[in-house]
Each structure stands twice: as structure tokens, then as C-alpha cells.
Design a protein around this ligand. Structure first.
Ligand SMILES: Cc1cc2nc3c(=O)[nH]c(=O)nc-3n(C[C@H](O)[C@H](O)[C@H](O)COP(=O)(O)OP(=O)(O)OC[C@H]3O[C@@H](n4cnc5c(N)ncnc54)[C@H](O)[C@@H]3O)c2cc1C
Length: 394
């Protein structure tokens, strides 16, 4: 595209699930407008975070190159990390010293695991934040399995459950322990949770429930009760943190650093910034959305659609979203899907076994084809309980 002085510059920070979708969908929707879309990401590989526990357990995943995913969309890819935002001058500074001005910024930097709260966790525990790290974890796992060692997963949320079951299923003979302050699957209904517990039993996973980790040591985890759990390899999945970039730029954030948004996902302090995915504090009538792909993808689709409407001088409706499910893999051969009300509380229905495995695989594999198809058509992104997240379907 030949940019003119009137070209509307859109910069998308982060090419994860939400940044990718926002960029390609926006490109499709604005193809008759004078805009330039630049997508910024430190790696040229798309990270399938939904599958990081599979890498950690030793599986090889498909390699998705971001330039290939963007091919033909018109989106300009800039491989770099954003290091500063001048929100008054509307300029992003990158770690390759480039400075990119914007008229609209889409902030999609996601989140990472917070290992700062417990002594020793940042030094001795591993996370599922990056594919390279997950791959190194899988190599250590193989060594420890050969020595009949012990692995501990900290955090009984959905990520911790997916990781611990994947590891135990693929590495029989290993002592695998799950440490959780709350009952694993506490957010599920009784029947789905009972299925989850049966799977944990079947895989021989030791549970330390209702306790907190006080310290992570190189070869053990100390509980708040003082008990020491031997652990050759500790995987941390509890708690999340976000990039400090927004707060440093003076953009209004909540106590966790997530960008505070208005009902149309614009920053409350800087309306030319749209915040989406894990990095955004998006308030619904039932509370602030928690970081999931399920809610993140609709925020991305909405951001693309609402920005297009605004560029055309049209009004926009508020963003609405409601959860529909908690899909959880339990290794490769089992899964449990708890269907939910809009506020993520459990309904009576759930799926387990093979049907749940197929369902979960459909969920995990849908984003990449969605990016590709979004280059050619405007498609509905995901079902939601809380009303349509997208305005129109072509
Ligand atoms: C193991 C695991 C399993 C999960 N399973 C599910 C599930 O089943 N269902 C579900 O709904 N959710 C699940 N989630 C949560 C889901 O992955 C996140 O909610 C989702 O990735 C959020 O998308 P995002 O675009 O906001 O962030 P991300 O997908 O994390 O993308 C953020 C992007 O920003 C980039 N970035 C970071 N810093 C910078 C910078 N300074 N400059 C430029 N770019 C930067 C990153 O490299 C990354 O590419 C799971 C998470 C994990 C870890």
C-alpha cells in the first residue's frame, strides 16, 4: 500500500492469539480505507500458548511462521519487542531502536506467569511462557524420568491440570505431584470435577491440596506447613502478570497493570489505544474477564470491527461477552469440558472422554485457520453467551 499523509497508522503490539486476529481481521475490513497496519512481535513464530503443556511433555508442534500467516493480508510485520510507548506523542519505541508513530494502537501483549511472589520460584521453577523454555523443560523431564525422579506442578487451575496430566500420561514411572491452594477444578460442577479427580487418580498424580508453596528450592518445594516435597523439576503455573509497558507510559491500569477499558475496549485514559486479550481489564456485568483465549479472541474481533466502524464515521455498540465452557485436556486420551453460564459458573452439562478430547482439540486448533480465513472473509469468531461480540457476518 502506498501511504499518504492521510494514511491512518495502526500499530498492533503482540502477535499472539488476539494481536494476530485483530491485525488480519482489520486488514480485511479496512481494505478500501487508507490505513496501514503494522504488527510487532519479538519472534517470527506464532506461539500456540494453548498447547504449551504439550511441548513441555515432549511433543512436537506445527511451526507457524507469522509472515506466512500474514501473507496477502497487507499487514506489515515488524519483528521486535516494544520497549516504550510515548502515549502523548503516539510513538512506540522498539528494541531495534525503531520508532513507530501511530494514530491507533492495539495493545495485545498478553500475560506471563508470575514467579515473583514466592522465594526461589523465579530461579528454580519453570514456566510455560515460551516454547523454547517449554522445550528445555521437556529435555530435563526426559533426564529425570530416566533417573526415576520427581516432578512438581504448582497451581491447580486449568493450566496446571493440563500440564500435570500431560506430563504424568507421557512419563509413567515419574513421581508427579500437583500442589494447589484450591481443590483442582474447583470452578467446575461436581460431576466434571469427579471425572477430573478420577483422571488424576488413574494417572497416579499425588495431590497436595489446600496448601501454599512457601519456597522453591533447587531439588524440593517447601510448603507453608513446613513440609518438604522432593522435586527435581518444578513447573510453576499459578498467577499471572502483565508487561509494565502500559503503566510506565502513563496509560490507566488496574492494580495488576491491565489496561482499564471503556465499554468499547478503548483505554479510559487514552481512547486512541484499544486493549485486548490478557492485557486488558474488560469489565462485564458479572465482573472483569479473566485471561482466556475464549474471551480474548472476541475482544480482538470486536476491536477490529469497532475501529473500522469508527474510521468510517459510524457509531459502535459496547462489547459484550459471556463464557460458554471450560475445556480441559487430561493428557491426549481424556478431557473434560464443563459448560458454563455467561459468568463462567458451571451449568449441569459436561463432556468427558473421547467426545471431550475431540471437542478440546477443535478448540485448540481453531485459531490458526481462523487467522487464515479472516484474510478472505469476515467470520464469526467464537460463540459467546453474552450477546454477539461481532457486529456483522459477511
Ligand atoms: C498451557 C496453557 C493452556 C491454556 N489453555 C487455554 C484454553 O484451553 N482455553 C483458553 O481460552 N485459554 C487458555 N489459555 C490462556 C490463553 O493462552 C491466553 O488467554 C491467550 O494466549 C491470551 O492471548 P493474548 O493475545 O492476550 O496473549 P498471547 O497469546 O500470550 O500473545 C501475546 C503476544 O505478545 C508478544 N509480546 C510480549 N511482549 C511484547 C513486547 N514487549 N513487544 C511486542 N510483543 C510482545 C508475545 O511474544 C506474544 O506473541 C492457556 C494458557 C496456557 C499457558
Amino acid at each position: 500500500m502506498n501511504a499518504t499523509a492521510n494514511t491512518h497508522e495502526i500499530v498492533v503490539l503482540g502477535a499472539g492469539y488476539t494481536g494476530m486476529l485483530a491485525a488480519v481481521r482489520l486488514a480485511r475490513r479496512t481494505r478500501k480505507l487508507d490505513v496501514r497496519i503494522t504488527l510487532v512481535n519479538p519472534s517470527d513464530r506464532f506461539t500456540e500458548r494453548l498447547r504449551m503443556h504439550q511441548i513441555a511433555a515432549g511433543q512436537e508442534l506445527a511451526d507457524h511462521r507469522i509472515p506466512d500467516l500474514l501473507a496477502g493480508s497487507g499487514v506489515v510485520f515488524h519483528r521486535a519487542a516494544a520497549v516504550a510507548i510515548d502515549a502523548d506523542a503516539r510513538v512506540v519505541t522498539l528494541d531495534d531502536a525503531a520508532e513507530i508513530p501511530y494514530d491507533t494502537l492495539i495493545y495485545a501483549l498478553g500475560s506471563t506467569t508470575d514467579t515473583s511472589l514466592v522465594p526461589g520460584a523465579d530461579h528454580h521453577a519453570w514456566t510455560l511462557d515460551a516454547p523454547r523454555q517449554a522445550r528445555r523443560f521437556s529435555h530435563r523431564l526426559a533426564e529425570i524420568t530416566a533417573a526415576a525422579g520427581a516432578v512438581t506442578v504448582v497451581g491447580g487451575g486449568l493450566t496446571g491440570i493440563e500440564a500435570v496430566t500431560e506430563i504424568a500420561e507421557s512419563h509413567p514411572g515419574l513421581t508427579v505431584t500437583l500442589i494447589s491452594a484450591q481443590e483442582p477444578g474447583h470452578m467446575m460442577g461436581d460431576k466434571a470435577r469427579a471425572h477430573l479427580n478420577r483422571a488424576l487418580d488413574r494417572l497416579g498424580i499425588v495431590r497436595e491440596v489446600g496448601v501454599r508453596v512457601a519456597k522453591v528450592l533447587p531439588d524440593a518445594v517447601r510448603l507453608s506447613t513446613g513440609e518438604l516435597i522432593a522435586s527435581d523439576l518444578t513447573l510453576w503455573t499459578a498467577g499471572m502478570k502483565v508487561s509494565p509497558l502500559a503503566a510506565r507510559a502513563g496509560i490507566a491500569v488496574d492494580e495488576r497493570g491491565l489496561i482499564l477499558t471503556d465499554p468499547t475496549l478503548r483505554s479510559v485514559s487514552h481512547p486512541e489505544i484499544l486493549a485486548i486479550g490478557d492485557a486488558a481489564a474488560v469489565r462485564m456485568p458479572f465482573g472483569v474477564l479473566h485471561g482466556t483465549c475464549q474471551s480474548g479472541m472476541p475482544t480482538a474481533a470486536y476491536a477490529a470491527d469497532s475501529l473500522t466502524r469508527r474510521l468510517r464515521g459510524k457509531t459502535v455498540k459496547p462489547f459484550r461477552f459471556g463464557y460458554i465452557h471450560q475445556p480441559v485436556s487430561l493428557g491426549r486420551k481424556d478431557a473434560v469440558i464443563q459448560f458454563t453460564k455467561a459468568d463462567d459458573t458451571p451449568r449441569r452439562w459436561y463432556l468427558k472422554g473421547r467426545a471431550a478430547v475431540a471437542y478440546k482439540e477443535t478448540v485448540s486448533s481453531s485459531p490458526v485457520p481462523t487467522f487464515t480465513m479472516s484474510k478472505h472473509m469476515t467470520m464469526r469468531v467464537q460463540f459467546t453467551n453474552g450477546g454477539r461480540s461481532t457486529r456483522a457476518i459477511a
